[in-house]
Design a protein around this ligand. Structure first.
Ligand SMILES: Cc1ncc(COP(=O)(O)O)c(C=O)c1O
Length: 422
């Protein structure tokens, strides 16, 4: 399906070049980016939906929904198999007893179940597909860690090289994972602008493909597939679409992907109204939420001070589209503290069996905060998007869980000293 690109700031329209980055006319660099959005006509109807559902999600990954994604063709391996790591098709878990405690019907979309442990696998699938369309051999990206893990994994399958630029604070687990897939990883500081500038300059001088999402404008569209799945998973339970979807926001790709995905479902007549999209950010990194509160059209640059690396950005690069999505859906922005996220992380693990990294636990922390403010109506269907696995940052988790396990002699008496009987 042919696509074109439109600047979200000046409105200029460009052909759908797979290697496009930001608007060549009005972009102001990483501190004032002009993000491009994709124009693509999707003709979703019941027949197409049934055909897509008949494809095995394990063999197709997000490409099961290929007709709804902005690619020339579903990417394939030399054998003809679909180029996928099996991303997508993650569980939608009813959160009992957490939902009833808050008076809502709460679901957790567990994106930690993706192949590399975060929703970014869906975004990475789009970016790697576009890199192949562009004939690229090497990709470069700035990432807090999860996007680089997803890109490195799929690039390894596709035979492409990756250079990942991560922050000095990125967890060792994330770096180990990216390196294991064969990518080159460098830590660059002190600021995120330094990392983005390095990537942009390397891409320009060396001809490498820009895989930093959303500077690769197609990336967010991989996250549309989360919306399709949420809607369908609720529908199979006899529930109507969600009333609210609560999403932790860094650069805003997931948020925009959700919005576009639900717009597809609305246009197809599968839902009657868009769910209200909630953006959750750390108190120490509130670029989008501040913009929303102050009625700005652009993200407001600020500090990036939080334990939640995935959502601790100085600027929500895709803020313009996020703000549009919030206004159109009747959404809300909310900030949470590091303590809120750590306590949500524990509660999710202990009451729902879901081990989330702090950036992902932010979704549930946001639900708790909005619940306490009385924002939800009783019985509302709320989906919290648990964006990444707790195994991505075990140092923080172990500290929060009270430190390492004690070593004891192999005697029941010694065991009872540290594990009191019921
Ligand atoms: C676990 C996790 N949650 C949320 C986000 C934020 O996603 P986005 O940049 O699409 O807003 C990230 C980004 O890396 C992440 O790793």
């Amino acid at each position: 399906m042919p696509v074109s690109l439109r600047c979200t700031r000046c409105g200029r329209v460009y052909p759908g070049d797979p290697a496009a980055t930001t608007c060549p006319v009005c972009d102001g660099g990483p501190e004032s980016p002009s993000i491009l959005e994709v124009n693509q006509e999707v003709n979703l109807d019941r027949d197409l939906w049934e055909r897509m559902l008949a494809r095995s999600p394990r063999d197709w990954g997000i490409w099961r929904f290929g007709e709804l994604l902005p690619v020339e063709a579903v990417p394939r391996m030399p054998s003809g198999e679909v180029l996928t790591g099996g991303e997508g098709d993650t569980p939608l878990l009813r959160a009992e007893p957490l939902g009833p405690r808050l008076g809502i019907d709460l679901y957790l979309k567990n994106e930690a179940c993706n192949p590399t442990g975060s929703f970014k696998d869906r975004v990475a699938a789009m970016v790697v597909a576009k890199a192949r369309e562009a004939g690229a051999r090497r990709l470069i990206l700035s990432s807090s860690g999860n996007m680089a893990g997803g890109v490195a994994s799929l690039a390894a399958r596709a035979g492409l090289r990756v250079t990942a630029v991560v922050a000095p604070e990125t967890s060792v687990a994330k770096v180990a994972q990216i390196k294991m897939y064969g990518a080159d990883v460098v830590r660059v500081g002190p600021t995120e602008t330094d990392r983005l500038n390095l990537c942009l300059e390397a891409a320009r001088r060396l001809g490498w493909f820009t895989a930093t999402s959303p500077l690769c404008p197609y990336g967010s569209y991989g996250a549309k597939t989360i919306a399709y799945e949420e809607w369908y998973q609720l529908a199979t339970r006899g529930a109507r679409g969600p009333d609210w979807v609560v999403i932790p926001v860094g650069y805003g790709c997931n948020f925009v992907g959700h919005w576009k995905g639900y717009l597809d479902l609305l246009e197809a007549g599968f839902i009657r109204r868009l769910p209200r999209l909630v953006a959750v950010q750390p108190e120490g990194s509130p670029s989008l939420v501040r913009a929303w509160e102050e009625g700005s059209e652009e993200g407001i640059p600020g500090p990036s001070d939080s334990i939640a690396g995935g959502i601790s950005q100085t600027l929500t690069l895709n803020a313009r589209q996020c703000l549009k999505a919030m206004r159109q859906t009747g959404g809300v922005g909310v900030t949470v503290t590091d303590e809120d996220m750590l306590s949500a992380q524990k509660e999710l693990a202990r009451s729902a069996g879901v081990f989330a990294e702090p950036s992902a636990a932010a979704a549930f922390a946001g639900v708790v905060k909005l619940g306490a403010r009385g924002v939800f109506a009783p019985g509302d269907t709320v989906v919290a998007v648990i964006t990444g696995s707790g195994l991505k940052d075990t140092e923080t988790a172990l500290q929060s869980a009270g430190g390492d396990a004690p070593g004891i002699p192999a005697r029941v008496e010694a065991l009872l000293e540290v594990v009191p009987p019921e």
